[in-house]
Ligand binder design. Structure first.
Ligand code: GRF
Length: 186
């Protein structure tokens, strides 16, 4: 039987990187047939960079503020991803909108995890909005990235109950636990 080549993964982050950690762990123990070639952050304070370093994964910071345009910033990211042999990109708490050019360059090789059951609650503050809307269930979605924000073919979703007395923090923690499972599975 022909075994497909391992995926060469690039992960884009802006912050804590707990989803990155889930991907690192899954590559290490074989649940993901691939390796993380590069972790890229737009912020030098992102804790995810520390996670990459601890695991011996190359990481770099490309500051969006150093560029005149989103196009130039995204082109720099694409260049560096190519330099590291990346062929599949995971957005994991990457808090920048990517350009259509970037989305086209990585068509069907670019996925995102979003903390809501899309198409509900695109954008930010999803947990507070789910509570305000009196939702009984909430969750997360892994999807292919398309030009419009938080849109694109859905690969996998996981749902959690919204419990009486939930705060955005308690609900967010319940969702995040599922994100780690869902992103790896997707
Ligand atoms: C996650 O909730 C993810 O869905 C959202 O940003 C958060 C990032 O968390 N896009 P982490 O950095 O992976 O811990």
């Amino acid at each position: 039987m022909h075994t497909p080549a391992p995926l060469n993964i690039g992960v884009l982050i802006s912050g804590n990187g707990s989803n990155l950690q889930a991907l690192i762990d899954a590559c290490a123990d074989g649940r993901i047939h691939g390796r993380i070639n590069l972790v890229l952050s737009n912020k030098d304070t992102a804790y995810g960079l520390e996670r990459a370093r601890k695991s011996g994964i190359p990481c770099a910071v490309i500051r969006h503020r150093d560029f005149d345009s989103r196009e130039a910033f995204d082109a720099a990211m694409t260049r560096m991803l190519h330099e590291h042999g990346v062929d599949f990109v995971c957005l994991a708490g990457f808090m920048r909108l990517v350009t259509d050019t970037f989305v086209d360059a990585w068509h069907n090789r670019l996925i995102n995890i979003h903390p809501s059951l899309l198409p509900d609650f695109k954008g930010l503050d999803t947990h507070a909005r789910a509570i305000a809307a009196d939702c009984k269930t909430h969750g997360c979605t892994v999807h292919y990235v398309r030009p419009a924000m938080d849109e694109g073919p859905i690969i996998m979703q996981a749902s959690v109950p919204v419990l009486p007395g939930d705060t955005p923090e308690s609900l967010g923690a319940r969702v995040l636990e599922q994100e780690h499972i869902c992103y790896v599975a997707a």
